[in-house]
Design a protein around this ligand. Structure first.
Ligand code: ATP
Ligand code: MG
Length: 193
């Protein structure tokens, strides 16, 4: 099975759809946000550094993230493919991921982009703040995360386009979780046929 990079703004549903894809295809899932939250919870040195950035909605520096990603990837069971959720978030991370996978005889696979309007995203994240109490889900930090996404991450979509692996799904086109995941499954099946 091809690797999958799931790409989208904060609150676009990367974690939700990753879980559904994982369930259907038995593929493994790397969420860099989850890795960082586990480190912060455990109070490790890495967690302490990460919290300085995540609490402000800033990106953790590329060098650190690339290291974390490579370690996490190497610890995964091989052969079934991996979903990368929340990585890459910068062009430098994307270039490194491509190189790292090539060095291991693997490739990027396919990219799935989730497009959702910012006002819907804000509402979802504020609801999640009530349900899950994530430290970075407050209005001020969310605004910073959107800004970081617009300036540092969104331009990456073009990079994937040039790689010829971009698949875009918009909430306008598929305005329910069911419609969205259905369309995503169809494209994954087609890519792996
Ligand atoms: P959602 O989980 O709803 O999609 P999100 O994309 O903002 O929202 P995570 O992916 O969980 O959330 O990331 C949370 C924070 O962790 C980011 O705001 C950032 O500070 C840090 N982070 C996660 N992945 C990376 C990365 N690849 N590069 C730099 N920082 C990262
Ligand atoms: Mg997430």
């Amino acid at each position: 099975m091809k690797n999958i990079i799931i790409f989208g703004a904060p609150g676009s549903g990367k974690g939700t759809y990753s879980d559904l894809i994982k369930e259907k295809y038995g593929i493994s899932h790397i969420s860099t946000g989850d890795v960082l939250r586990a480190e912060m919870k455990a109070g490790t040195e890495l967690g302490k550094i990460a919290s300085e950035y995540t609490s402000q909605g800033k990106l953790v520096p590329d060098e650190l993230m690339i290291d974390i990603l490579a370690k996490t990837y190497d610890a995964q069971p091989k052969g079934k493919g991996v979903i990368f959720d929340g990585f890459p978030r910068t062009i430098a991370q994307a270039e490194e991921l491509k190189t790292m996978l090539a060095e291991r005889g693997d490739s990027l696979g396919m990219m799935i982009e989730l497009l959702v309007d910012e006002d819907i995203l804000m509402q979802r994240l504020l609801n999640r703040a009530i349900e899950q109490g994530r430290a970075d889900d407050n209005e001020e930090t969310i605004k910073n995360r959107f800004e970081v996404y617009r300036t540092q991450t969104a331009p990456l979509a073009e990079w994937f386009e040039k790689e010829g692996i971009r698949n875009t799904f918009s909430w306008e086109q598929y305005p329910s979780k069911e419609a969205m995941i259905d369309a995503i499954f169809k494209v994954i099946d087609k890519e792996n046929a």
